[in-house]
Write a protein that binds this ligand. Structure first.
Ligand code: ATP
Ligand code: MG
Length: 373
């Protein structure tokens, strides 16, 4: 799929702007604070109904404005689609909270943001995504869960059931000093956690197996074959050669006393992680900034291939400020990678790498976006 036209009114730093990106690589360049990320944010908003950088919608409304409008015309294999989002500040005339954000798909008002899912698919990489490699395991678990939810909506229910059982078990052991635990009740929750946790673990294992090969191909391409990336699922409860359900049950039984002492469940998929190695060394610990960025980029870009496979159409790729911290050869390899999709890329300068790939150039300056011939 590709964006034909993007229109912003009163969105962030823009009064009014319209752009028509090409089907391939589009480079949006300009100085710091010129408004490049704002453009990608507007596209992301049309894909997921929310910003990638704030949970407070009114922040996206231009200062001193009562509302903002983003309109996006899309060409997909099933025809032309139109997504429109209208945001209004709380003190605007209409007091109905539902009217603060109005979503229209093909000019029909959508009741829920969920209706947007699947209309415009995007894969976004922004500077915050560096956290995928550097930050705590929680960030990597969220990555697996978000991807799995996008690719297989049934996963959402599996994870929710596990989390519900986990909350119950935690509540039980937290109060153990006041209400002695009934072993049968604890055993029931252990069994429930084992059953639901096993489903979560199997899905994550399968997902990581799929994504790992693609990510390592991507990384090889970006580094001209110099680095070998290896990503793998690191379950908190290893279950090789065993039924996952049984392995979790056993681990919960074994940690019962310690869990009661510490007041929480110490074993299970809620403590899983993704292992990321470069040439057998842990990137989180030993990787340089550029290596960490390349690894995060490879992992994120592998989404693209997966979505394409599942949805049967290429998503739109949004790359915010990825070039900084990549050396010339990595920049060039990224630009030349046959993404086979529409890509909007921001940078502070017209990078030489982008020129190599017949990119369509847009200069972002003084609240305007001008296509450069
Ligand atoms: N709600 C808003 N109303 C008006 N201006 C805003 C609003 N929110 C942000 N801005 C302005 O938008 C500009 C930042 O835009 P953006 O983040 O897109 O810059 P950028 O081109 O990506 O810069 P960088 O290269 O530093 O990442 C800032 O000048 C900021 O003050
Ligand atoms: Mg920016």
């Amino acid at each position: 799929m590709r964006i034909r036209k993007l229109v912003l009114n009163g969105f962030r730093s823009y009064d009014h702007v319209e752009i028509s990106p090409s089907a391939g690589l589009n480079l949006l360049y300009g100085e710091n604070a010129a408004g490049k990320t704002n453009l990608l944010e507007a596209v992301f908003l049309c894909a997921l109904g929310r910003s990638h950088r704030t949970s407070r919608d009114p922040e996206m409304i231009g200062h001193n404005r009562a509302g903002a409008y983003v309109g996006l015309e899309l060409e997909t294999k099933s025809g032309t689609r139109l997504v429109e989002i209208k945001l209004r500040t709380g003190d605007d005339a209409s007091k109905n909270p539902k009217d603060k954000k109005q979503i229209f798909i093909d000019r029909q008002r959508a009741e829920k943001a969920g209706e947007l899912m699947g209309v415009l698919n995007v894969v976004m990489f922004s500077p915050e995504d560096l956290a995928l490699v550097k930050a705590s395991p929680e960030v990597r678990r969220r990555f697996m869960d978000m991807e799995l939810c996008q690719l297989h909506p049934a996963y959402y229910r599996k994870a929710a059931m596990y989390n519900a059982a986990l909350r119950q078990r935690n509540a039980l052991i937290k109060e153990a000093f006041m209400n002695p635990i009934d072993p049968e009740v604890l055993d029931m929750w252990n069994a429930q956690l084992a059953r639901t946790g096993a489903e979560v673990m199997r899905s994550r294992l399968e997902f990581m197996d799929e994504i790992s090969t693609i990510a390592s191909d991507m990384h090889r391409r970006l580094t001209g074959g110099r680095e070998q990336l290896f990503t793998f699922y690191e379950p908190n409860v290893p279950f090789e050669g065993k039924e996952a359900e049984y392995a979790i049950y056993e681990a919960l039984e074994a940690s019962r006393e310690e869990d009661i002492r510490r007041g929480f469940t110490s074993r299970g998929p809620h403590r899983d992680d993704i292992g990321i190695k470069l040439d057998e060394k842990d990137v989180k610990v030993f990787g340089s900034q550029g290596q960490q960025r390349t690894a995060a980029l490879s992992l994120k870009l592998s989404e693209l291939a997966l979505i394409r496979e599942v949805v049967g159409e290429s998503p739109v790729l949004l790359l915010d400020d990825v070039l900084s911290e990549l050396d010339d050869s990595r920049q060039k390899a990224l630009m030349e990678s046959a993404f086979d999709c529409q890509c909007l890329l921001t940078a502070t300068g017209v990078e030489s790498a982008a020129r190599n790939r017949a990119a369509c150039l847009f200069e972002v300056k003084d609240g305007r976006v001008t296509q450069v011939e």
